[in-house]
Design a protein around this ligand. Structure first.
Ligand code: ZN
Length: 260
């Protein structure tokens, strides 16, 4: 049943690509020859990432890896709300073969505990990577931020098809999703704030990048409220990336805190 749905999705997607205006595609920066090949399945898949290159060691040896199953969160009323200072701007979409990365113009940032983190890019995983009490959503967006001294903070917003309403930011980006190795320019002003739920309650824990080199010391904020996307939006991304999610990682006793 699932296979036949995917087959229909593929046909629908090809049809919509053929009839939609084709955005200008330009080759992305070729991947640095020093970046070893990795994938989500097979011999280059997640269980072997740590062996593919010495710089990927944390993927297997790390004790603070992401994603995790979020459960048993402790309420910490001292946690402050995240301050959002996102602004609209043009976006460059890059298909790096692992996901579609939306590179934003400088100027959007968050403030957490007095530290300012600049929004650098956001990207998508299908299905979502983080689980909540064992349940994994249809898709997730990871908004990647960096502080002046190089610390990373990622905000995760999960998407579900349940109610089927399209997300307006996805509606603006999806017609221009680039093919592997390509980039597209979105000239329209897009505000990444359209990827945030109304309720800003979050779970937070210390983890890692979920792709090689699996760098640790990343501050994660997973929003409790999920957003809706349409069936077509989910299918369109799923045709490009049928599965680009790292499996759940051991918490090794890490605590998850909730701000409300
Ligand atoms: Zn990610």
């Amino acid at each position: 049943m699932r296979l036949s749905i995917l087959a229909v999705a593929a046909v629908l997607s090809v049809t919509s690509i053929a009839t939609a205006q084709t955005p200008a595609q330009t080759p992305a920066q070729p991947p640095s020859s020093s970046e070893p090949k990795w994938d989500y399945v097979g011999k280059y898949g997640p269980v072997n990432w740590g062996r593919l290159d010495p710089s990927y060691k944390a993927c297997s040896a790390g004790k603070e890896q992401s994603p995790i199953d979020i459960r048993g969160a402790h309420l910490n009323k001292a946690l402050q709300p995240i301050e959002f200072h996102y602004m609209a701007g043009s976006i460059t979409l890059e298909n790096n073969g692992h996901t579609v990365v939306a590179h934003v113009r400088p100027g959007s940032y968050i403030v957490v505990d007095g530290t300012r983190y600049e929004l650098e890019q956001f990207h998508f995983h299908h299905p979502a990577e983080e689980a909540v009490k064992g349940r994994i959503s249809d898709m997730v967006v990871h908004l990647l931020h960096k502080s002046a001294d190089g610390k990373l903070a990622v905000i995760a917003v999960r998407f579900n098809e349940d109610r089927g309403n399209p997300n307006t930011v996805l509606s603006a980006l999806w017609p221009s999703l680039p093919k592997a190795g390509q980039t597209t320019e979105i000239k329209d002003m897009i505000n990444p704030g359209g990827l945030l739920p109304a309720d800003k309650g979050y779970w937070t824990y210390t983890g890692s990048l979920t792709v090689p080199p699996c760098t640790e010391g990343v501050r994660w904020f997973v929003f409790e409220q999920e957003l809706s996307l349409s069936r077509n939006q989910l299918r369109t991304f799923g045709v490009l990336f049928p599965m680009n999610a790292r499996p759940l990682q051991d918490t090794h006793g890490r605590k998850v805190e909730a701000n409300e």
